[in-house]
Design a protein around this ligand. Sequence first.
Ligand code: FRU
Length: 468
Amino acid sequence: MRENALLKKALKNVAIAAGKAGHDPYRPGWHLSPAAGLLNDPNGFIQFDGRYHLFYQWNPLACAHGAKWWGHWSSDDLTHWQHEPVALLPGEVYDVNGCYSGSAVNDNGTLCLLYTGNVKLPGSRTAWQCLATVQPDGEVTKAGPVIGLPEGYTGHVRDPKVWRHGPYWYMVLGAQNLQEQGKVLLYRGETLRQWTLSGEIAGSHLNGLGEFGYMWECPDLFALDGQDVLLVCPQGLPAKEQSWLNTHQSGYFVGRLEYEHADFTHGDFHELDLGFEFYAPQTTLSDDGRRLLFGWVGVPDADEFYQPTAEYGWMHMMSCPRELHLVNGKIIQQPVKELQSLRGEHTRQQGCADDLAPLAITQAELVIASQGEWQAHLAGALTLTCTAQGLTLHRINCRTGEPETRYWSGQVNHLHIFCDHSIAEIFINHGETTMTSRYFPAAEQRIHWQGRGQLTVEHWQLESSMVV
Ligand code: FRU
């Protein structure tokens, strides 16, 4: 009954947003965005029976956070996506305030979803880790909670990421202990219904870290090029000079997980993306052995509600899919090769930045070989400055109207930039760092060049990609 009422409201909202979409200059053409309402984390990213599935945190009822659903898309090639029936709606006693983030696994031929059931209580909250199975026709059956709140933690325990290692299932969870320290918990499962807590494997006041945030969200742990990587989003890290400038961070630790002893020895925390908007990434292993990632192009508790797309009835999008590698202890991110199938008309120009022609960037890919100092102005709304010290991104904050900047230090030789109406994803030096940001141009969508630096610029127009 409750589901029925929710679906009717969602349908109304989708219809309203559909009417506005045609004159929305900010709606992406080839990035995944919600039909209406607010999208956040990628969930349940998996290649199952050859086909990619990406679920997502979705509030189809409003441009606001709240009792989240799981939306669902699928694709053969990571590039052309189709809508699937909604996977999860809140409504059971154990997920009434939201089917929060989680992951998907293949359990002997059945596509299984593990997610957090968020339950608000007067003045507090609790969380259940829940199981659901997807039928071949896309219909999802909830199997209910498989893990309750562990002792010693607040109601902030969530975001199960599950994988298989040897004879067992493993799960990492983001958590907050009673001292309000962010942690990652490791569980081991004989089956997807029977789990035992192995212990804390990382967090504030663990493994040589001091105070390191009050909550860690969206952990993801996987082997990459011979080591183990923990992606995680710590909340409550104070900004330090040119780092950790977003309200919450998305980053990673490289180390080695001793499965037997639930011990993860790791090195320093590195930010995964240095742009204005990037959070809650999730990875999967493709059939051909690639570690692939989607991130949410947004940051919670920041200025998101001042973004102008809310007027058009929708908010936020996914990053493009990226392939990960580990080189010298650092994650390298590359756009997946499949994106090349979106390439249309191509041009190439070379010379001093001041002499280069402006280029259309509404939907575009740019590959730039760079020498010296120069600037690029993206549709008058985002400025990229390349100096001997590194690269900065500059824009006007849509809440305060004040300028704001993000920084990468190092020598820029090569840039790979993807633009799509109101997003730029910048891959520096073949993925040594990425900077992902939204921007909301008031005028024509072109990139203008400035400065004495020498550039070779390749440019492609990109096709739209949503299958409708
Ligand atoms: C991260 C997050 C998760 C939670 C979800 C709720 O953005 O806060 O921790 O499961 O979003 O939508």
